[in-house]
Design a protein around this ligand. Structure first.
Ligand SMILES: CC(=O)SCCNC(=O)CCNC(=O)[C@H](O)C(C)(C)COP(=O)(O)OP(=O)(O)OC[C@H]1O[C@@H](n2cnc3c(N)ncnc32)[C@H](O)[C@@H]1OP(=O)(O)O
Length: 181
């Protein structure tokens, strides 16, 4: 297996027609269906890069920017934004297209952290990423910063580290009432 690979080598794109069976009560495509497709394409992209079976470790923020209508085409694009030792961050973008008007809407962007698994079920080293463009560097740097800030936030809120007195003021003006037992 190569030691380094470019994001172009594992880029994946799929287009699917949104069927009535994918709709929610409001007639739009169900968010859960879109998340399922996003997870599948993130898996395909990470598996291609690492040439391994991968698992989803986390999903960073999914904003539903625009709804997708039944009868529209949903196109999902995925590429590797970041490589760690055994983990990869896959950027996933979802667009919808109205086939009659040709209007294209950006519906979601999200970042899936996938971890490669070896045949023994243990986490496995993945090839590094060859950064070819300014855009590649921007995506890599953004993912690295996001990973570092998530780590800092998680440690701050661990129950052993959490200092309640430092957060009482933080609750001022919020829709809560203190009622300690
Ligand atoms: C395709 C599917 O949908 S699979 C089904 C859904 N997913 C699963 O069932 C996964 C269940 N979880 C697991 O198997 C494990 O907890 C894993 C693989 C996510 C983490 O493995 P562990 O051995 O516990 O963690 P470890 O601390 O060694 O981390 C391994 C790597 O994952 C990264 N990682 C672990 N947890 C997270 C997280 N929550 N968010 C982001 N990255 C994470 C680490 O930073 C590390 O990256 P690196 O090797 O590039 O430095």
């Amino acid at each position: 297996m190569k030691k380094f690979k470019s994001s172009r080598e594992s880029r994946v794109s799929i287009t699917e027609l949104m069927l009535p069976s994918h709709s929610n009560f409001g007639g739009k495509v169900h968010g859960g269906h879109i998340l399922n497709l996003m997870d599948q394409i993130a898996f395909a992209c990470a598996s291609k890069h690492s040439q391994s079976y991968c698992v989803t470790a986390s999903v960073n923020r999914v904003d539903f920017l625009n709804p997708i209508e039944v009868g529209e085409l949903a196109t999902l694009k995925a590429s590797i934004n970041y490589t760690g030792k055994t983990s990869m961050v896959v950027g996933v973008r979802v667009e919808s297209e109205n086939v009659t008007t040709g209007e294209v809407k950006h519906c979601n962007s999200s970042y899936f952290t996938m971890v490669a698994k070896g045949k023994d079920g243990k986490n496995k080293l993945v090839p590094g990423l060859i950064l070819k463009t300014k855009q590649d560097i921007r995506r890599f740097a953004r993912s690295k910063e996001r990973k570092q800030s998530a780590f800092k936030r998680d440690s701050k809120y661990e129950s052993n580290n959490f200092k309640v007195n430092e957060y009482l003021e933080f609750l001022d003006g919020e829709n809560v009432k203190m009622d300690f037992d």
